[in-house]
Ligand binder design. Structure first.
Ligand SMILES: [Zn+2]
Length: 370
């Protein structure tokens, strides 16, 4: 069963197509670049038989018919690299690795999805279930405009397969932390720092108190992290600062921990008299918890992978993806089905080209048999 698939995939020019894709810059906020890549993607999805339709202004859904509940495939085509990045970080192949912006996060994964379907069709082996392949343009922003569509499609789906990059050693991701983003706003009272400092109420001193308190919410055993990642305040070197603000990043392994943090922030009082504080924001991505259904789905992937000698491990990560949304709805979700590589969001972002054939084969087998 697996051999003709592998043979087919060995003749697919993955590196050439991925190079072309990475050479189209498509940063999350670059409407023109996104439109240009979207055009290429729509043509590619249509070329392997997908019925392509727009979702919202910038997302794309391709569908293949079948019977029963569909398999939802998720990928995003936005990257974190602003236009012009290619000038200093060109797409280049070195040995068995292809470097370039977005190759592993996650145009390589999108390519695996397209080629898997193309191969199944070419071999007359499309599975029984419909396939819904949703490609979104705002994942790197926290999916503000695509979340509702992802959730609506997921509610109807048998399972969700996410083509984000693989974990270390090719591991699939069966758990992801939830992500909370909070903003802390602090108002104190300005005063001359030399003439009447006692009349001032320092927003920055309050921020220091709050920062230490926030970090005390960390709980390594529960996997909860709370970090003040951006902070600012004050106006001049001789003024007691009246205003300060901070961005707080929260990561939780369980929904219960997310609620614990939210409840603590909701009732938190200022330390300094006459100062006001306010936390806004909340949990942006719920945690993807490893449910028994996810474990079963992983077991299935593991045995499919063993057909062609791929030893598949599973891992968890503190990073979020759109798989968090589907898993939180109780839809069995497997993530990290994309290529192996490294350096996501960094200068050395790359994929391992030899991972494409086995991982595309695995993805095709999942689509064929789920
Ligand atoms: Zn990604």
């Amino acid at each position: 069963m697996a051999n003709d698939l592998i043979r087919y995939l060995q003749n697919v020019p993955f590196a050439a197509e991925l190079s072309a894709w990475a050479n189209i810059e498509s940063c999350s906020d670059d409407a023109e670049g996104l439109a240009q890549f979207r055009q290429v993607l729509c043509e590619r999805l249509a070329s392997c038989g997908g019925e392509v339709e727009p979702v919202g202004a910038t997302h794309v859904l391709a569908r293949w018919p079948g019977a029963g509940k569909p398999i939802l495939v998720l990928g995003h085509y936005d990257t974190v690299y602003p236009r012009g990045t290619l000038a200093t970080q060109p797409v280049v192949q070195r040995g068995a690795q292809l470097f370039g912006p977005g190759v592993v996060d996650m145009k390589g994964g999108l390519l695996i999805g397209c080629v898997a379907i193309q191969a199944l069709r070419a071999l007359g082996r499309m599975g029984p279930r419909p396939i819904w392949f949703l490609c979104t343009s705002d994942e790197e922003l926290g999916s503000p405009t695509s979340r509702s569509a992802i959730e609506e499609l997921a509610r109807q789906a048998e399972a969700a397969l996410v083509l984000e990059a693989a974990g270390n050693g090719g591991a699939l991701k069966t758990a992801r932390k939830g992500v909370g983003l909070y903003e802390l706003s602090i108002s104190g009272r300005a005063a001359h720092a030399g003439v009447a400092p006692e009349q001032g109420r320092s927003a920055l001193l309050e921020l220091a108190h709050q920062t230490i308190w926030l970090h005390e919410l960390n709980d390594a055993e529960q996997g909860t992290t709370v970090n003040v990642c951006v902070a600012s305040g004050g106006t001049a070197t001789n003024v007691i600062p009246a205003e300060a603000r901070a961005d707080v990043n929260v990561r939780v392994r369980t929904a219960a921990e997310g609620e614990r943090i939210a409840a603590a922030l909701a009732v938190r009082q200022p330390v300094i008299e006459d100062v006001t504080i306010q936390f806004s924001g909340g949990i942006n991505r719920p945690p993807m918890e490893r449910t028994p259904a996810i474990a079963t789905l992983f077991g299935k992937a593991q045995s499919l992978a063993s057909e062609f000698g791929l030893e598949l491990a599973e891992t968890s990560t503190g990073g979020g993806s759109d798989g968090n949304f589907t898993a939180a709805l109780g839809v069995p979700t497997l993530d990290g089905l994309g290529p192996t590589g490294g350096g996501a969001h960094a200068l050395h972002e790359h994929v391992n080209l030899d991972s494409f054939v086995p991982r595309t084969a695995l993805f095709a087998r999942l689509l064929e048999t789920l």
